[in-house]
Design a protein around this ligand. Structure first.
Ligand SMILES: *[C@@H]1O[C@H](CO)[C@@H](O)[C@H](O)[C@H]1NC(C)=O
Ligand SMILES: *[C@@H]1O[C@H](CO)[C@@H](O)[C@H](O)[C@H]1NC(C)=O
Length: 684
């Protein structure tokens, strides 16, 4: 006991002076205490080029001043991290960036190595350490122009640790583009074999070598690999692709890996989405083969170039990513880990996630850039929808997604990456109360499942510390000119209700076979279009076709030869008993995704002649490649003159005109034809 007191008080001074003999003595002293470390005292050990944090449950070793996590000791296992990968090892913050004006979403990878180390807090309850990397002109072109402060926190009695980082720019910094920011953990390859990222998506995972030739064969892109000769035969013939384990921000709260001998779980818990980009249904990676566990803060996944964060010359900025919690749990008994053990650890990890969510916003992070609960505000109100073709009165926006994001345009939250976002779902009666909002300027954004379009309240909302703003009733009037003549799909920003084919038996992820709601995550579904429609493109007849079966989930190209693809044109056939003499019909097309596509609309005339509407080149969200069912949301309103339509049989032709690749195309969310507006008829 004396020894410990000596350590916690004498330590810092001792190691700052770098006296190797004292270091040796103290290290020895710590090791001999290890066996009786159930006392839960927090210990900080500073060596010349390492820092060790220990709370009796978990011991962490960092490089100093780099701040690279190279050791997690827990429950008798010396190191939960892998240190023998060819490139990325241990636990680290990294980013991907490019020079201003670059195109694409991939630039230079930059593992953020600190150059200065500091102990920020050290007391009986908490140790918080900081590794910072400052930027100056000598680093131009070498490092992203950002000053970064990486923090790690260990609490007494806590089975894990927290990490967050403060990214900052000042007026001296040049323009640049940030493509990705994350914290990543590379786990012990031999040990962590079972991955869990949701109740239904969890499994034993193949090994990293299985992905490399000759064991693995790369498919249409490097991320997707067919396991032709895996080490464990049970994986033979399966496709592995990390994007099959993606999920939406709102559901991305806990995921990780289980080691089966000894039985240990390592979990990445994100108690809040406030620091993530793109709103609640932006999707991102979780855990995948390697074994790798990620907390993604900035990414272009399922958004593409529209989500690259662009900074101008001298643009000031500051953002706190995290804290996230790395949670460790275990079972003490010594038998081979079975299904009920993995289920137990997963259930316990979910419980811990709920506890972390309840503790949010955390009270303990020391940075003044992380506001505590009393430094935040709330915004409440009630959202209605008014669509006079559905109901005379206002309808409560039951279950609407309501959020605060930086002021912008309708729907701009989905590309928004510089600020913080705060989202909730309205209750049965449309009431919402968004709490724990960081002080700042916001707009209210919303969308309502079942209705098309985006709501944005024009009024700027200024949230101050301790403020409680009630905006009262707000009314969303979705796009609408006239009565619905017909509609295809459900307006919910997803193509999930359309026909998702069975995968090619050659390219299966076995986990997904029995999960109907995840059918779309199988590899290669785009190619099934040509199997189903070998000679003629899709034709949908209003009144007899069923969009669940007869509307393919994505409008893709058709392969006509090696590397040659043909654009496709889909037809919607419908009958009109009468055509109004005046006014305009409106075709509403909501897209759930677009990737390097040009959508053209023609009406009648055998689909020939100049398009009535062209979207121009849109989208790069890569949702088809990433096995998603939605990327970014688009809405187009196409006016159709009455003279274009005829009494009797009409056809709308939808062409996706770009034919460069198998992986480009659009996903529809919802299509509707509206009659001319009643007022214009009355006025005519
Ligand atoms: C919203 O929540 C905050 C924080 O809990 C509370 O102070 C406020 O009264 C709530 N507003 C409404 C309308 O319920
Ligand atoms: C692809 O599109 C280009 C430009 O529209 C066209 O010239 C070419 O014939 C198309 N290729 C195929 C195979 O349809």
């Amino acid at each position: 006991m004396l020894c410990i007191l000596f350590l916690t008080t004498y330590f810092v001074g001792c190691f700052v002076k770098q006296r190797p003999s004292a270091l040796y003595v103290i290290t020895f002293c710590l090791l001999s205490l290890e066996k009786s470390s159930g006392n839960g005292l927090l210990q900080l050990q500073l060596q010349r080029d390492h820092v060790v944090l220990d709370n009796g449950l978990v011991q962490l070793t960092f490089t100093k001043p780099g701040g690279h996590l190279i050791g997690i000791r827990y429950n008798g296992l010396d190191n939960l991290l892998e240190l023998h990968n060819p490139e990325l090892n241990g636990g680290f913050w990294d980013l991907n960036w490019s020079e201003a004006g670059s195109s694409g979403t991939r630039g230079k990878f930059d593992v953020v190595n600190g150059t200065e180390f500091q102990v920020v807090v050290q007391n009986e309850e908490q140790i918080e350490i900081s590794f910072t990397r400052k930027w100056d002109r000598s680093l131009l072109g070498q490092h992203a122009p950002l000053s970064i402060d990486k923090r790690f926190i260990m609490l007494r009695g806590s089975s894990g640790f927290y990490s967050y980082a403060i990214y900052q720019r000042d007026e001296s910094m040049p323009a640049f583009q940030l493509n990705e920011a994350r914290i990543a953990f590379m786990l012990n390859i031999e040990k962590f074999v079972y991955m869990a990222m949701s109740d239904d998506r969890q499994r034993r995972m193949p090994r990293p070598e299985d992905r490399l030739p000759p064991r693995g064969r790369e498919l249409a892109f490097p991320e997707a690999v067919l396991l032709v000769d895996p080490i464990e035969p049970e994986f033979k013939g399966e496709v592995d692709d990390k994007y099959q384990y993606s999920c939406e921000n709102k559901d991305n709260k806990v995921h990780g890996f289980i080691c089966i001998d000894p039985t240990i779980g390592l979990w990445q818990i994100s108690p809040s989405n406030e620091f993530r980009t793109g709103g609640p249904i932006k999707q991102d990676l979780t855990s995948h083969v390697n074994p790798t566990t990620l907390a993604m803060f900035v990414s272009t996944h399922y958004g593409g170039e529209d989500m690259v964060v662009k900074f101008g010359e001298g643009e000031k900025w500051k953002k706190v990513f995290g804290p996230v919690f790395i949670y460790l749990n275990s079972l003490s008994h010594h038998h081979n880990t079975n299904d009920s053990d993995t289920a137990f650890l997963w259930a316990d990890a979910k419980d811990q996630m709920k506890k972390e969510v309840e503790k949010w916003p955390y009270s303990f992070p020391a940075s003044e850039d992380f506001p505590h609960v009393d430094q935040r505000g709330s915004v409440s109100g009630r959202l209605f929808v008014q669509d006079r073709y559905i109901s005379e009165g206002k309808i409560a926006a039951k279950g609407a997604f309501v959020g605060l994001a930086a002021p912008g345009k309708d729907g701009s939250f989905q590309n928004e990456s510089k600020g913080y976002q705060f989202w909730v779902n309205a209750d049965e009666d449309g009431y919402f109360n968004i709490t724990n909002i960081r002080p700042g300027d916001y707009n209210i954004y919303a969308w309502v499942p079942g209705f098309i379009g985006d709501f944005r309240c024009d009024k700027d909302i200024v949230v101050a510390a301790g403020s409680s703003i009630n905006v009262g009733d707000v009314v969303y009037m979705p796009p609408r000119n006239g009565a619905t003549l017909w509609e295809i799909g459900v307006p919910d920003r997803s193509a999930a209700e359309f026909y998702v084919p069975d995968p090619d038996p050659m390219y299966i992820n076995k986990l997904l076979i029995n999960l109907p709601s995840h059918r779309f995550r199988q590899y290669g579904l785009w190619a099934r279009y040509a199997d189903l429609y070998p000679n003629q493109d899709l034709v949908y007849t209003v009144g007899t076709s069923d969009y669940n079966k007869d509307w393919f989930y994505a409008q893709v190209t058709r392969k006509v030869g090696e590397g040659a693809y043909k654009a496709t044109t889909w037809q919607i056939k419908f009958k009109m008993d009468t055509v109004e003499e005046s006014g305009k019909y409106t075709l509403r097309i909501a897209l759930a995704s677009a990737t390097f596509s040009i959508l053209e609309v023609r009406v009648n005339n055998n689909g020939l002649g100049e398009a009535l509407f062209s979207s121009g080149l849109i989208g790069s969200d890569n949702t088809i490649t990433r096995h998603g069912i939605h990327g970014l949301y688009w809405i187009f309103n196409v006016e159709i003159e009455t003279c274009v339509l005829i009494k009797g049989d009409n056809t709308i032709y939808l062409t996706q005109a770009r034919n460069l690749s198998a992986l480009h195309g659009v996903m529809y969310d919802y299509i509707r034809l509206e009659a001319p507006s009643l007022t214009s008829i009355t006025l005519a």
